[in-house]
Write a protein that binds this ligand. Structure first.
Ligand code: LLP
Length: 435
């Protein structure tokens, strides 16, 4: 049987944004057991230091190439995370009015915010133009007409970038590939010049960039370089047509290790390759990482509520569920799960399914995992949960949203209090005939 994963994670915890000391796991200087004791479970806990270190690693890799790292707010939109990144000089990539308001409230300057998304509403475009964000990333001829109309109505010009679909296979989960011909995103390569000409001809608009986003959880520079190659074709054509571009945006998608043995991106090599491929363009490079910045900064802490011994495996039932972290159910995603205190060395491992209490077979965090069967009441950490964990959470089964805690050094603070059942029901109303 395989060795239990906690042995590898306790040996190299920093890969998952953690630290190990005296057989216990820490986020920075705070033990995970302390977080659970103070704030209860299930709780998301994030380390600010890891977020900042990831941002710095990316910037350092691109030194010499003017770069703006625009954090993809959807990955984790808690305002404390946003402010941490805004203060460190990151920009923001937003996809809705809600994300625009969060980004502005958290302290991002409008000039470092870009607006992606495939179906923008008039009200969202109005807010983006009024706030004077860096650019709206348009996705179609129709959307160009929509932005022109809104700019005219507001009497204010709008900066736009074209999001093209470079038709590149990012080699990832099919739900996470967004830059393929068949995906709904972006402008087809063949149409890019025509649409650019419409933008250039419109006095209300200024064409400032060319963008793409090819997918997520990509651990190799190859697909990014291929996409940049295609974008450079568009840049040449569009510049010849009279556009004065200022930036090229390669989107997000940089992957992270979820399993203890998984490869990591060679960030310095990635940066050097991108910088080389940008040489001579004279353009600023934008990147829109979400997961890379916050994914391994976060863990979901959960307590074992019970165990059940099945025919060929043991079910470990925990107090977190698919409503808190839907990635395993939705993408069959792998998240490492470890005890927050190392079990005794002689403890034997078994095949375990870690499941939540929700009434769905899809409510699992791990299936057929080799681990030391935890005791009832024991604290587990589900790793790699900083991205697309809380931001995709729901209240399914009327389970209140979990608490979120941010750690910086030896400080830990609640950045979202645990939802109350009253708050969960607060927006519901009885129609008159049922009162
Ligand atoms: N930029 C755009 C335009 C995007 O659509 C996305 C993600 C990103 C940037 C950031 O991608 P990242 O660097 O985080 O991979 N819920 C899925 C991921 C969906 C990503 C959607 N778009 C998951 O849990 O894996």
């Amino acid at each position: 049987m395989n060795t239990p994963e906690h042995l590898r994670i306790f040996a190299r915890p920093e890969r998952h944004g953690l630290r190990a000391a005296a057989g216990a796991l820490y986020i920075e200087d705070v033990a995970l057991t302390t977080i659970a004791a103070r704030f209860g479970t299930p709780t998301y806990v994030y380390g600010a230091g890891h977020v900042l270190a990831q941002l710095e690693a990316l910037r350092a890799a691109l030194v010499g190439q003017p770069t703006l790292v625009c954090y993809a707010v959807k990955a984790n939109s808690n305002q404390a995370i946003l402010r941490t990144l805004a203060r460190a000089g990151a920009g923001a990539d937003i996809v809705s009015l809600g994300e625009l308001q969060r980004a502005l409230a958290a302290g991002f300057a409008p000039g470092v915010i870009v607006f992606s998304g495939v179906g923008k509403l008039d009200a969202e475009i109005d807010a983006a133009i009024s706030a004077r964000i860096k650019a709206i990333h348009v996705e179609s001829q129709e959307e160009v007409a929509q932005v022109i109309a809104r700019a005219r109505a507001l009497g204010q010009p709008a900066r736009v970038a074209l999001r093209v679909n470079p038709d590149i296979d990012p080699v990832t989960h099919p739900y996470l590939a967004t830059g393929l011909r068949e995906s709904k995103f972006g402008i087809a390569m063949a149409e890019a010049l025509t649409i650019a000409q419409a933008v250039i001809a419109a006095p209300e608009l200024e064409l400032v960039g060319i963008a793409c986003h090819i997918g997520s959880q990509i651990v190799d520079a190859g697909p990014f370089l291929a996409a940049l190659g295609r974008l450079r074709e568009v840049i040449r054509a569009v510049s010849a047509a009279g556009a004065r571009l200022t930036y090229v945006d390669l989107g997000g998608g940089l992957g992270i290790p979820y399993a203890s043995e998984e490869a990591t991106v060679d960030v310095p090599a990635f940066g050097a390759a991108l910088a080389a491929a940008m040489a001579g363009t004279g353009l600023e490079l934008l990147l829109e990482p979400g997961r890379f910045l916050v994914g391994n900064a976060g863990a979901l802490l959960t307590r074992v509520v019970g165990r059940k011994v099945g025919e060929d495996r043991c079910f470990v039932i925990v107090d977190a569920a698919m409503n808190d972290l839907i990635r395993p159910a939705l993408y069959d995603a792998y998240h490492a799960i470890v005890p927050c205190v190392a079990p005794p060395a002689e403890a034997s491992a078994a095949l375990v399914d870690v499941v939540g209490p929700v009434c769905e077979c899809g409510d699992f965090f791990a299936r057929g995992r080799t681990m030391v069967v935890p005791e009832r009441g024991e604290l587990l950490a589900i790793l790699g949960a900083g991205a697309y964990g809380m931001s995709m959470a729901s209240t399914y089964n009327s389970r209140p949203l979990a608490a979120e805690v941010l750690v910086a050094g030896d400080q830990a603070a609640v950045i979202r209090r645990r939802q109350t059942i009253e708050a969960l029901m607060a927006d519901e109303r009885m129609p008159p005939w049922l009162r």
